[in-house]
Design a protein around this ligand. Structure first.
Ligand code: ZN
Length: 226
């Protein structure tokens, strides 16, 4: 992800934003990313609630990604109206907030290693399937405002791919749990997911100070997943 080659001049970033899109596109972009941020925030709450209710480490670890996607899309919306300094402050608070569920995952792992009780399979499968659906819907919403010429479904799948693969892995893990009846698949997948999401807070921290954030989003760049 090329985040180092940022021009230091705000004027350059401004002209870049305008040349990157047709008139009206920033408004459509702002509306869409705000909707996507709201959907991700809502599903973060759902996933955390289910994860804590059934004691699933993997589901809790997956919720970090919903918080990351909330923060990234919120920062894109702020990049269209706020000053860089104000947006950077919000972004750095969001980055710290993302650490909370990440720390909760580590606590859950420590607690469950001593007593690896299996999470309830049905709510686990439903929550993971819901997460896959939410990720696909958000990717389709974003694909509509990005790079108009390309294949929309292809772009949507590319953007959601990593998130959906993890959601499907949780469903597979739930079915394995049904067979072997211990919490170990959940604990191990949860540890893997939190390793994959480990850079989430850092990604948001960096994007907070990214001058060309709105232009990059309009160009259809994948900002949060490598
Ligand atoms: Zn994501």
């Amino acid at each position: 992800m090329p985040m180092n080659a940022t021009p230091e001049h705000p004027a350059a970033a401004q002209s870049d934003e305008r040349s990157g899109a047709q008139p009206g596109a920033p408004t459509a972009l702002r509306r869409t990313v705000l909707i996507v941020a709201a959907i991700n925030a809502a599903y973060f709450v759902v996933e955390v609630a289910v994860a804590l209710a059934i004691g699933s480490v993997a589901l809790l670890a997956d919720s970090v990604d919903f918080l990351e996607d909330t923060a990234v899309n919120l920062l894109i919306a702020l990049a269209l109206g706020w000053s860089l300094a104000a947006r950077a402050r919000v972004g750095r608070v969001l980055a710290l907030v993302i650490l909370l569920p990440a720390v909760a995952v580590v606590v859950q792992v420590v607690l469950k290693v001593g007593d690896p009780e299996a999470p309830a399979v049905t709510p686990l499968v439903l929550a993971a399937a819901g997460a896959a659906l939410v990720n696909l819907v958000c990717a389709l919403l974003l694909a509509r405002i990005r790079a108009a010429g390309g294949s929309m479904v292809g772009a949507a799948w590319y953007a959601a791919r990593n998130d959906v693969i993890i959601n499907l892995a949780i469903i597979a893990m739930a079915l394995l749990t049904l067979v072997i009846g211990t919490g170990w698949p959940d604990i191990l997948l949860g540890m893997l997911i939190i390793l994959l999401n480990g850079r989430a807070a850092l990604v948001v921290w960096r994007l907070a100070g990214e001058e060309r954030l709105a232009a990059r989003a309009l160009a259809g760049e994948d900002l949060d997943d490598d």
